[in-house]
Design a protein around this ligand. Sequence first.
Ligand code: GRF
Length: 203
Amino acid sequence: MPERRLAVLISGRGSNMEALARAAADPGYPAEIVLVLSSKANAAGLETAAAMGLPTLAIPAREHPTRESFDAALTAALEAHGAEAIALAGFLRILTPGFIRRWQGRIVNIHPSLLPKYPGLDTHARALAAGDTMAGCTVHIVTETLDDGPVLARAQVPVLPADTPETLAARVLAAEHRLYPHALADFLRTLPPSGNPGAAPMR
Ligand code: GRF
């Protein structure tokens, strides 16, 4: 099966992007990363991606007056790079329904909780406040509802008695780096080609 053309969307550190890029460097991996796109010009992950030889682009969200114009710029860049699928990796923007419909069933996200528990922010503090004994992360398909959509995979880690949000976040992040490349690969192997009208033959 040919490799799927994958774009990775980031806003910051980019450690999940790096985990995906390391996996995708293996010739047997079912994706080629055609673009690492950041919503922030100063995202550290852009430098990491460039150092790994990946194409990078910043589309600063703050330069767009509306979410619709930002998302239209995203789609234009994704189409220009022939993207067939999108992996969100610490992308701190809520996507518009129009964008999600354009890329229906082709956007995947990783979230640092065991969804459906704790959608949204501050997941580790919320897990600690609730007295949870297990925490973790979830890879899911993106739908129009935030941190919802069909679950592709979850990974669990223990919550330890002395945990702070920071120590728990670090343990979950290590699990994210293990889970995301595998869950994404399984998903991409089931994905039909293209999905990119820009790449489709003329009729
Ligand atoms: C990760 O915890 C991810 O689950 C969440 O944002 C964080 C991004 O970290 N969506 P990084 O930029 O991949 O290092």
